[in-house]
Design a binder for this molecule. Structure first.
Ligand code: G1P
Length: 282
């Protein structure tokens, strides 16, 4: 059973400067809810209630978000505004939250390795909160993590979520090659971090949802720095794929790249339309 979900949140969010100068990119709201809360809700919907954050300097507001705010809650107690906090309170009640710090930004592989102290020796999920994922059937069906947990229970190996991207976008993603097992599932044979279009093994890009088996930690430790001199989870996963099995899953649903201004605006418009239709927020 997978119970733990790791959120690497130490990154600087440079694509969103100056908004992220003093504020974590994971706290940017889509409508009235921060990105990281959408991620935790997706984890809880998949049955993962032990939430771990690999955090860093300037990220304190994430910890405060997943805690009570006595003064504020006292002020609005008994008023109509109390209802606005019902969702986050319920989420907090369902989860435990653990925090560890990544001192130096040495890449996603390093961030995940820092999470070992929270994860221990069990399979776990990883969510990159700036990838906002809507589940199957326009969000009415299973979330992406829930779909992946179901696959993990079947295959018992690491799984990365993938989607097709235009060839000129491969440089922004880890890209896989694999043998198709079904329409939505591949057994990974190759993986390259942020390849130029002519070096990309396919147009199947990894998005920010992973399920990892705990042997990944030793593999990260044995992985030399890769693209941009950083420790890449993609390289460690390729080693895992060569020695055993890694699956790539073309998920059902939709993903918004909320680490970019364009994707963020697209998500905002989409969720606004979904929540308020043609109408205006009251
Ligand atoms: C990271 C990973 C990359 C993956 C991407 C998904 O890159 O290194 O393999 O495709 O997340 O969002 P980043 O976006 O942090 O540069």
């Amino acid at each position: 059973m997978i119970k733990k979900c790791l959120f690497p949140v130490a990154g600087y969010g440079t694509r969103f400067l100056p908004a992220t100068k003093a504020m974590p990119k994971e706290m940017l709201p889509i409508l009235d809810k921060p990105l990281v809360q959408y991620g935790v809700e997706e984890a809880v919907a998949a049955g993962l209630t032990e939430i771990g954050f690999v955090t860093g300097r300037g990220k304190r507001s994430i910890e405060d978000h997943f805690d009570v705010s006595y003064e504020l809650e006292h002020q609005i107690a008994g008023t109509g505004k109390e209802q606005a906090l019902a969702g986050i309170r319920e989420l907090i009640d369902q989860c435990t939250f653990s925090y560890t710090r990544q001192i130096n930004m040495r890449g996603l592989g390093d961030a995940i390795l820092k999470g070992r102290t929270i994860i221990g020796d069990e399979p776990f999920a990883v969510v990159l909160a700036d990838d906002l994922c809507l589940g199957a059937d326009d969000g009415a069906g299973d979330g992406v993590l829930k779909q992946m947990v179901g696959l993990y229970n079947q295959f018992r190996c690491s799984i990365v979520a993938i989607e097709e991207v235009p060839a000129d976008q491969t440089h922004a993603y880890g890209v896989i090659a694999g043998e198709a097992i079904s329409d939505q599932l591949y057994r990974v044979t190759d993986m390259v971090e942020k390849p130029a279009p002519d070096k990309a093994p396919s147009n199947l890009a990894i998005i920010g949802r992973y399920i990892l088996t705990p042997d990944i930690f030793e593999l990260i430790e044995a992985t030399p720095p890769g693209k941009n001199g950083e420790l890449q989870i993609t390289d460690a996963l390729l080693a895992q794929a060569k020695r055993g099995c890694v699956m790539a899953y073309k998920f059902s649903g939709r993903r918004f790249d909320c680490g970019s201004v364009g994707g963020y605006v697209e998500a905002t418009n989409y969720y606004y339309q979904k929540k308020y239709g043609g109408g205006v927020e009251q």
